[in-house]
Design a protein around this ligand. Structure first.
Ligand code: SER
Length: 318
């Protein structure tokens, strides 16, 4: 019987993953936690307020709820991290090390997301391989690369069953992201459905690897449910689904909303995007545990434009 703790359950990924874990394991076996007050999307779950910097509180929750797996999703993302680098480093690293320590003590399985932000300006940009040059130049990317090394270390030295994916930009309609460079690809759908023009903070030809939330959840759960001996990479796996530029997502939306328009005003996030790959080679994940995505840009766009309108008023009230 698995007992699962989700850290960062109020976030963009956490709120959707918590519900999917509830469907798989039963809501009573999934404990939601976050530093902030619980959001309505996770109201069906037991909630524990948790600052992951507080190792004692984390250990108490693990013991009280007989936890067997942790999904540790709390982190400061790329753009926000640049506003306060030491704070972002401290939170991202201390949080992960607290989780790895409790995993070691309590024999827990861990999921921890890494990111395409581990790559940098010297990394090959097209079809970036699993193993390649990594010279991240954001504090977020540096913390994710260091985190990958710590995950492998805890696996090698202490046998911790830790698993990780290098997520591309994640695009969903049920919740909003915060502080990332890829967030424009979520905001753009909200603007289109409100019949407002969109001002993009990246230039129109900036390609980035992206993934629809339902594929991200599938990748995460496929990885976590794969037999341990299939998991050959204990740092983090490349996974990929779609690569597109702002111009291409605008064109995909215009197929369904022809009057939609966008303009481009690149800001400091352009340099972050320019340091990341255009596309990712995920053949190692495909071979080791059978990864494959379901959504391309048009299928994702249709799904969002169909389902987001029912939620728009909730976002306005929030
Ligand atoms: N979506 C993240 C960001 O933009 C990348 O992992 O920061």
């Amino acid at each position: 019987m698995e007992r699962i703790l989700v850290i960062g359950a109020c976030g963009q990924l956490g709120s959707e993953l918590t519900n999917e874990l509830g469907r798989l394991f039963g809501n009573s076996n999934v404990i939601a936690s976050d530093i902030s007050q619980p959001v309505s999307a996770i109201s069906d779950f037991t909630f524990e307020q948790l600052d992951v910097m507080n190792a004692d509180r984390l250990n108490d929750i693990v013991k009280t709820h007989s936890i067997t797996q942790i999904y540790h999703l709390a982190a400061i993302l790329s753009a926000k991290g640049e506003e306060n680098p030491k704070w972002a480093w401290n939170l991202n690293m201390t949080g992960l090390l607290n989780v790895l320590e409790t995993a070691k003590e309590n024999q827990l399985r861990i999921y921890w997301p890494s990111s395409i932000a581990v790559f940098g300006p010297s990394t090959p940009r097209a079809n970036t391989p699993q193993d390649t040059v990594m010279d991240p130049n954001t504090v977020y990317g540096i913390s994710k690369l260091a985190g990958e090394r710590w995950c492998e270390y805890y696996h090698e030295k202490y046998g911790v069953d830790v698993r990780s994916l290098r997520y591309p930009g994640l695009i969903g309609y049920k919740s909003l992201p915060g502080g990332g460079t890829t967030d424009y690809a979520v905001d753009i759908y909200h603007k289109a459905l409100r019949n407002e023009p969109f001002e993009c903070f990246l230039s129109e030809d900036t390609y980035l690897p992206m993934m629809y939330m339902s594929d991200a959840i599938k990748a995460t759960l496929d990885l976590m449910q794969a037999p341990a001996d299939h998991i050959k990479v204990r740092s983090s796996y490349n996974v990929s689904a779609i690569s597109f530029s702002p111009k291409e997502i605008v064109a995909a939306i215009q197929k369904e909303i022809p009057e939609f328009s966008a303009s481009y005003e690149p800001d400091f996030r352009q340099a972050i995007a320019d340091s990341w790959p255009d596309s990712i080679d995920d053949s190692v994940a495909r071979n080791d545990w059978g990864w494959s995505p379901n959504y391309d840009l048009d299928k994702m766009t249709s799904d969002i434009l169909e389902n987001l309108p029912a939620l728009l008023s909730e976002f306005e009230q929030a």
